[in-house]
Every structure is written in C-alpha cells, then in structure tokens.
Design a protein around this ligand. Sequence first.
Ligand SMILES: NC(=O)C1=CN([C@@H]2O[C@H](COP(=O)(O)OP(=O)(O)OC[C@H]3O[C@@H](n4cnc5c(N)ncnc54)[C@H](O)[C@@H]3O)[C@@H](O)[C@H]2O)[C@@H](O)CC1
Ligand SMILES: [K+]
Length: 488
Amino acid sequence: MRHPLELYRAEQVRELDRRAIEGHGIPGYELMCRAASAAFDRLRARWPEVRTISVFCGAGNNGGDGYVLARLALEAGFDVQLIALKAPADLSGDALRAAQDWLQAGGTVDEAEASIHGALLVDALLGTGLDRAPSGPYAELIDRINAHPAPVLSLDLPSGLNADTGQAPGACVRAELTVTFIALKRGLFTGGAGAFTGQLLLDALDVPETLAEDLPADARLLEAAELARCLPSRPCHTHKGETGHVLVIGGDLGMSGAPVLSGQAALRTGSGLVSLATRGATAAAALAVQPELMVHSVDNPDALKARIGAADVLALGPGLGRSDWSQAMWSEAMKSARPMVLDADGLYWLAQRPRERQQLIITPHPGEAAMLLGTTSQAIQADRFQAVRSLADRYSAVAVLKGWGSLVATPDGQVEVCPFGNPAMASAGMGDALTGIIASLLGQGLAAFDAARVGVLAHALAGDRAARGRRQILASDLITALAEVLPA
Ligand SMILES: NC(=O)C1=CN([C@@H]2O[C@H](COP(=O)(O)OP(=O)(O)OC[C@H]3O[C@@H](n4cnc5c(N)ncnc54)[C@H](O)[C@@H]3O)[C@@H](O)[C@H]2O)[C@@H](O)CC1
Ligand SMILES: [K+]
C-alpha cells in the first residue's frame, strides 16, 4: 500500500487506523498488539543483552502499546517495571484492556515518582495524540527519562514531539531508537525531530495494501536513487554549449566569495559554461580563485543585460548586498524571462518588492523565509510544512526551505523532504553552493521542481560524503564531494 517514502499527518494516520479497524475488521486491540510485538522484536534485536526494562505509559493508546509491550516482555521472562501516569482503572478503550491484561499476567504498576531501575527505558507516554506541551508530571517524567543513563526506545514517536510539525513544544524524550507504526509521520523528518528520534524504523503492522487508496500522502521523502533517475547519462558527443550557461549575479563590495562558490558548485554539477556578473572591484579577485569561471565586471544595468542575453539560467543573490548597485542589478535581472534561482539578498529585495515571474526557485533559510512571509523564524520553524507551502503559494515559485530536513514545495502544494545532510554543514557558503547546484540543474534542462529537489538531494549527499567523521566541513569541501555523488 503506502510507498515507504510517503509521509502522512497524524490525522491521516488516524484515518488509516480507522480504515484498518472498520473497513478490514482488524480490531484496534489487535493493531495495538501488533505494534507492541513489532517494537519488542526490535528491542530484542537491538539490545540482546537487556533483561530488565522500565516501561513508561501515558493515558492514551500510546500508553496501551506500552502495557502490551510490558506484558510480552514479562511473558518472555524479562524483569519489567511499569510506571504509569494514570491509574489503569482510569484508562478507556483498548488502553484499558491492555492494562487489564498486564495486571492479569501478574504485572504491577508503579507511580510516576518511583525510582527507575531498567537497563533500557521504553517510552510510551505520548504518541500522535499530543495536543499541547507536556507539563506537570509528564514534563517531570520526560526530564527524568532524559537524565537517566539507560538508552530509550520510543513507541511511535518520541513523547513530546509533534507528529505533524517535527517540533517539540516543551519537554521531549531523546530516544536512541524509535519504532513508528502504520505509516511514516511527516514530522519525524524535519524541524527539531532529528535530535529526538535517534534511529527510526517503520512497522506497517501488516495492514492491507489497499488502506491508503484515495488518501494522498501529505509529503514525500527524497531518496538517493532520484539522482540517477533525474540526471540521465550524457551522450558521448556532448559539448560545453549543450549543458547550460549559468550566470551568477552578485558579489557586492567585500562579498566576492559567495558568487564564486555558487559558480564553482555549478561547474561541479555539470554546467559547461559558468559566468559571474559582479562588481568591478571584486572581479579580479573572483577570477584568481577559479580560472574556469568567466568573470565580468558589471557596473550598470545595461552591462548586466548583455550578460543575461548570453546566459540560459540566472542565479541571483549570492553576496548581492543591499546597496544601490545591488538594487539596480536585481531589478534588471528580474525583468528577464530566464529560469532563475533567487537566494540571499536576492530574497531581501523580493521581500521589499514582491513580484511574480515564471520559472522561479527561491531558496530561503528560516530567517529569510520569515522575512518573505512577514513573520519570525520561530514561527517558520514551528510548522515548516505550512511555511514552505505558503512561500511557494505567495511567490508562485518552487520554494526550498533550508535547515535540517530541507523541504521543497510547488505552488500547488506538493512537498518533498530531504532526509540527508548533517550538522558539519553548518558553515558559511553552504547556501551559495546549493544555489549554484540548482541553477546548474536548471541549465541542464531539469524542470524547476526537479532541479530544486534533486539539487537539495545532491547538496545533502555531498555534505554527508564530505563530512564522514568530521565535526565541520567547508562549502568548498562539499563542492569537491559533488564529483563523488553525482552520476557520471
Ligand atoms: N488503533 C489505533 O488507533 C492504534 C494506535 N496506536 C497508538 O496510539 C497512539 C495514539 O493514541 P491516542 O490517540 O490515544 O493518543 P496518545 O496516546 O498519543 O495520547 C492521548 C492522550 O494524551 C493526552 N495528552 C495529549 N497531549 C498531552 C500532553 N502534552 N500532556 C499530557 N497529556 C497529553 C490526551 O488528552 C489523551 O488523553 C499512537 O501514537 C500509537 O502509539 C497503535 O497502537 C496502533 C493502533
Ligand atoms: K511515545
């Protein structure tokens, strides 16, 4: 049924649960038992030496999963401590039945304050039902779990994480392994989620293949194989005039490095010709760094117009600045109908003077996204899916929202999520490299959405390749690594 790359909102996963129960006659308690059993199998595979566990159960069905897992572990001869935030008698539905079966099997229930004695902690406090920041005993218990030295297995979601947004509104469990059920929740892949999930595994609970028919996924995960799929191999007679001429426009005084990085990235991604249109004073410095670039000193709009006439694709914004020169260059470039990637101060000018144009890709980080949508970066991060859709809609552009779990959206609401990339990439110039990669792909004939999503993917994979075991990499390291991740 669901392709494993398809991502859903919590409400859609509830609908899948409902269809399994009502449409296919699989009782809710049976699903709960399958979930617990799948998680217990993973627990034993991951921590084969562990025989003592502490299971933390909340008041809903996530807690029910915990009760069933506790019973399965008890029956398998484990020493099981169960700490509950609500007395079994106060539970309802399947969770109540799970708790009754636990007690029937001889299990006991500790209160929230009990000292924790497991060598492994199973987090079944909150799942997709989270509807507010944990407080009181929930927040205290989450803090105690995180302070405890034992590893944590989270059921369905790390408790405290919002399944839709990937944000934790308050305390949130930091798991070493998360086993998620039925379908992938979109919030597991962006925002702050990576800090909480640890390794992530999906178990679809053997529900019928047809369950997700007529239920379009909310978003889709990018996979590495897309690179080879979207970048066909080149015919033997390819020459440099056939692979797109990229013009990078930027490099105000003191900012000549940014367009050079974009230009280098475009060259490495496969552009045959890459030109820079930059300020007279910085042109010589740019040329000295990378002789394969064609560097033009452009001091007025007419000079830029001539350069645009010779190019196939524009990358507008790297180091563009906010001076009169910057504004004049921006206005001239925006008149052209060439496909364009707009980044950095190019986005600053767009926020000042919103306008529509065909074939536009915008690549803001959360701060720039906030500027474009007239809000704060906290508000952007609070719901990145909503933000990237708003950007694409408001600017009639393909929008890339950068940051962990980069998102790419079309104006009609399609969203793809990049699950690659790493914290060693948190350094200056990474965005300039991405701009150059995407512009290069546009120049090689990819449609705007493909150029953006495959560009984000290539950038993240090159970042992962360059980072292997390193704390920090430079944008130039990533650009060099592009050669290793792009198909020949
Ligand atoms: N049949 C099903 O629907 C299945 C559900 N499953 C499990 O059920 C979970 C969803 O169950 P529920 O919808 O009962 O939701 P949860 O178990 O996630 O939590 C809901 C309860 O927590 C309370 N709550 C929400 N936020 C809180 C907060 N910050 N602090 C304290 N309490 C809070 C709610 O008021 C409600 O009582 C899934 O994540 C999954 O683990 C699985 O067993 C698979 C089958
Ligand atoms: K949980």
